[in-house]
Design a protein. Structure first.
Lengths: 287, 314
């Protein structure tokens, strides 16, 4: 007789707990969405509609602003997109190549001063680009890399080294030593082992590093802000900031520009969420 | 780790392979490390050293630095009221992050838990702001914080609820809380993610065992989950502290450090002197102060996370 009532109250308690959980989570989700939804609303209304009814859903949606930005050369959305893509692809390739090579040496080979060299890279974690930007600017100026996308690429790559070498070293070290022994017995040298066995086996880790680097490079404003003056070389984040400064009064046009610049990130996030998240958690746990 | 060079000697496949392989290995180590080390030395280490040098000069960035002023820049920074405001704001953001943002993230991570249906959906939504760029986040918040209730959504809600419209970014007292709200919106998902990963590492059996022993949910959280999460909490706090100290883009776009320096941060202060006023020696000294602060927090963090069995090995 006791058991059913116990069971029932347990179920009721569990139901109540679930209800509470979902209520809190849904409220937070709504708060997260508010700024995003407001931006989307603004982007899909005409200037007049946004003035008259700022908070109503854009029914019917107006695509004029979006089309204007995509079609008007003066707004230079496409050149900015191209600059951003160029920086992102090159930086990501650079980070993948340099970090996987260095991480391989640290994880799999023995040499003098290995500990010291590795410590040097971990020191880089304490010197983030936001603090280093002024000192780095001096060096870029000496190397005549101002107003050059390579300046942005090199600095972004250099400041992604520490974290990613540490992450990849962890993954590379986790490959069993027996595999390396077997490869060497079969006549592989160290490079063969790295290229034919280790890299294919650690693809998920490389994908995580790539996804994370892509996001960081794509979103970076500070480095281009300092390095690039020529408006033909602006990547998207810098372009968005300048666009807001120039057309700030036309809120719906600015909203459309900001929303358009957010779309590539959101699409990428939907497809690469798993990689981004595993890269971030690995970085935090190992770093 | 393992002694690979021993293998050829054991099997004696090709007599003498040991020596060439060794030098071949050394060549590979050199070539594999070279690009990363060169880039790192040139763009991370060398700038630090160079800015230490420039910080001793009064230098506007044109021509060589000749006006040697010793430690005057460092002294003057500490005398500047605006820098002290920036320092105070930095610590205020740290305090708020540790007392509001982190607990919030932890609670949400626990609420999402291990097996809640819809877990992945909530994680995806909460993490979305982290993925968006700081420029986009700053502009979104700039729009909804607009003081005009016909343009700014937050004031519209406040008026709808019967309150009064606030000036937000235009007010010396509200600007920092408003920026902190935007910061929390952008970054809580990241900390939640770390906590979720930490929770994942706690075996469900431990909490199960607690439940069998009659521990209630709250006790379970405080006496079992929280202590087991301590290393994740430390990591999260460290990341939060370092992030707060170097906050730049969000503040620069939302308030430019104003009004009347009320939201000045160390990074905006440095940017202003370095790239707006071109007092590069002074700006370098600010960078070094920031670097020393980060270094201090890093050393504290390393001491806190050092495991007892590692005491001898740093």
């Amino acid at each position: 007789m006791n058991r059913p009532t116990y069971h029932l109250s347990w179920r009721a308690g569990r139901f109540f707990q679930r209800f509470l959980q979902y209520s809190v989570l849904i409220v937070v989700a709504v708060i997260v969405f508010v700024p995003i939804v407001m931006l989307a609303f603004g982007a899909l209304k005409t200037r007049g509609e946004l003035m008259a009814h700022p908070y109503t859903p854009p029914v019917p949606p107006r695509w004029e602003n979006i089309i204007a930005i995509l079609r008007t050369p003066r707004y230079s959305f496409w050149p900015m997109l191209r600059n951003s893509l160029m920086v992102m692809v090159t930086t990501t390739a650079g980070v993948l190549v340099l970090c996987s090579m260095a991480a391989f040496v640290f994880a799999r080979m023995e040499f003098r001063f290995k500990g010291l060299a590795f410590q040097l890279f971990t020191l880089g974690l304490m010197f983030p680009i936001n603090i280093a930007i002024l000192p780095v600017y001096f060096v870029l100026r000496q190397l005549v890399l101002i107003d050059n996308l390579w300046g942005v690429i090199i600095v972004q790559t250099a400041f992604q080294l520490s974290g990613n070498i540490i992450i990849l070293r962890g993954f590379f070290a986790a490959i069993p030593a027996e595999l390396q022994d077997a490869a060497y017995i079969d006549g592989c040298n160290a490079f063969d082992f790295f290229w034919r066995i280790l890299l294919p086996l650690t693809k998920p880790a490389l994908a995580a590093v790539a996804a994370l680097t892509m996001i960081i490079s794509w979103n970076d404003l500070l480095v281009p802000l300092v390095v690039i003056n020529n408006d033909k070389l602006w990547p998207l984040p810098l372009g968005v900031m300048q666009f807001q400064g120039q057309y700030g009064q036309d809120l719906s046009l600015v909203s459309a520009f900001v929303a358009l610049s957010a779309i590539p990130t959101i699409i990428f996030y939907i497809f690469a969420e798993r990689q981004i998240i595993s890269g971030l958690t690995a970085g935090a746990v190992k770093g | 780790m393992q002694s690979l060079p021993a293998i050829p000697n054991i099997f004696k496949l090709k007599p003498g392979t040991g020596a060439p392989r060794k030098s071949q290995d050394n060549l590979m180590i050199f070539l594999f490390l070279l690009p990363a080390i060169v880039l790192f030395l040139l763009f991370v280490v060398y700038p630090i050293l160079q800015s230490i040098y420039y910080s001793l000069f009064n230098w506007n960035g044109f021509g060589p630095a000749v006006d040697f002023v010793g430690l005057d820049n460092f002294r003057n920074i500490l005398k500047d009221r605006v820098f002290l405001i920036a320092l105070r704001n930095g610590f205020l953001i740290i305090a708020l992050s540790l007392s509001v943002q982190l607990p919030l993230s932890l609670i949400l991570a626990v609420l999402v838990g291990r097996d809640l249906p819809g877990r992945v959906f909530f994680r995806t939504v909460f993490f979305l702001p982290y993925v968006l760029s700081e420029v986009i986040a700053a502009l979104m918040w700039l729009f909804i914080l607009n003081p005009d209730p016909d343009r700014g959504f937050i004031n519209a809600i406040i008026i709808f609820l019967g309150g009064r419209a606030q000036p937000w970014l235009g007010s010396t007292t509200l600007v920092l809380p408003a920026i902190f709200a935007a910061l929390t919106w952008k970054y809580f998902g990241y900390h939640m993610l770390l906590f979720m990963a930490g929770l994942q590492n706690i075996p469900a059996e431990i909490e199960e065992a607690g439940r069998v022993d009659g521990v209630n949910t709250l006790q379970n959280f405080f006496y079992i989950t929280l202590p087991l999460l301590s290393s994740t909490i430390r990591t999260s706090a460290y990341i939060s502290v370092l992030g707060s100290l170097q906050q730049f883009i969000l503040v620069w776009i939302m308030s430019k450090g104003g009004p009347v320096n009320a939201s000045e941060m160390m990074a905006t202060y440095m940017y202003r002197f370095g790239f707006v006023r071109f007092q590069l020696g002074y700006g370098s000294a600010v960078a070094i102060y920031m670097f020393l602060l980060c270094l201090t927090f890093s050393v504290i963090y390393m001491h806190l996370t050092r495991k007892p069995d590692h005491l001898s090995g740093l």
